[in-house]
Write a protein that binds this ligand. Structure first.
Ligand SMILES: *[C@@H]1O[C@H](CO)[C@@H](O)[C@H](O)[C@H]1NC(C)=O
Ligand SMILES: *[C@@H]1O[C@H](CO)[C@@H](O)[C@H](O)[C@H]1NC(C)=O
Length: 178
């Protein structure tokens, strides 16, 4: 599914909260290692501070890694409605990191997170380097105004060829601030 379709879906089907700004809370943030031989160390922490949730974490691997595939999906749940899958995509993650991706939405997300990283990661990922994320948050201004109040679940899994290396999950709530 393309991100154009995603945007259309978001704008057309979810019109029950007009002109409201949002507060994005994260309740759970996990990073789970699937390939134990690859990771030397990793962490994932969420802190609540004022009206924001901040994500921090780090990871260190023990060999060069290239050819990464990212699979990501996002589901939202609203009261008395069936769960809705906003998107499910598979991307060449190294292309995103190495600047090959031209999709505006993906670049915006990437740029938002890159500012909280200690380096701009490039493929191949380096061994014995501490890649860390410091107090990252979602800029509410980036979200479309018409998103409804909901709970969301964002999943990402990282694969090399068909081998699952690690996966992460973010669970939270989107509340409107009137
Ligand atoms: C959190 O949001 C509420 C409602 O918008 C506001 O009254 C309060 O001052 C905010 N608190 C902080 C720490 O920003
Ligand atoms: C990596 O960096 C993070 C954040 O700066 C730190 O908390 C962690 O202890 C470091 N880990 C290693 C193995 O150096």
């Amino acid at each position: 599914m393309s991100f154009h379709k995603l945007r259309l879906l978001v704008f057309s089907s979810l019109i029950n909260c007009s002109l409201c700004a949002h507060v994005v809370f994260v309740d759970h943030f996990t990073f789970t290692v699937d390939d134990r031989d690859l990771f030397l160390s990793q962490s994932a922490v969420v802190e609540q501070d004022g009206n924001r949730s901040y994500l921090s974490g780090h990871m260190m691997i023990n060999r060069l890694v290239n050819d990464l595939t990212l699979t990501s999906s996002m589901d939202i749940t609203r009261p008395q409605r069936p769960e809705l899958r906003l998107y499910n995509v598979q991307l060449n993650f190294c292309s995103v990191l190495n600047n090959g991706y031209k999709n505006k939405f993906i670049r915006m997300l990437y740029n938002n997170y890159a500012q909280f990283l200690n380096t701009k990661p490039k493929c191949p990922l380096k061994p014995n380097f501490n890649y860390s994320l410091h107090r990252a948050y979602i800029d509410e201004a980036m979200l479309p105004d018409l998103l409804p109040e909901c709970t969301y679940r964002l999943k990402m899994s990282f694969k090399h060829k068909s081998k699952l290396l690690a996966h992460m999950q973010i669970d939270g709530r989107l509340l409107s601030k009137r």
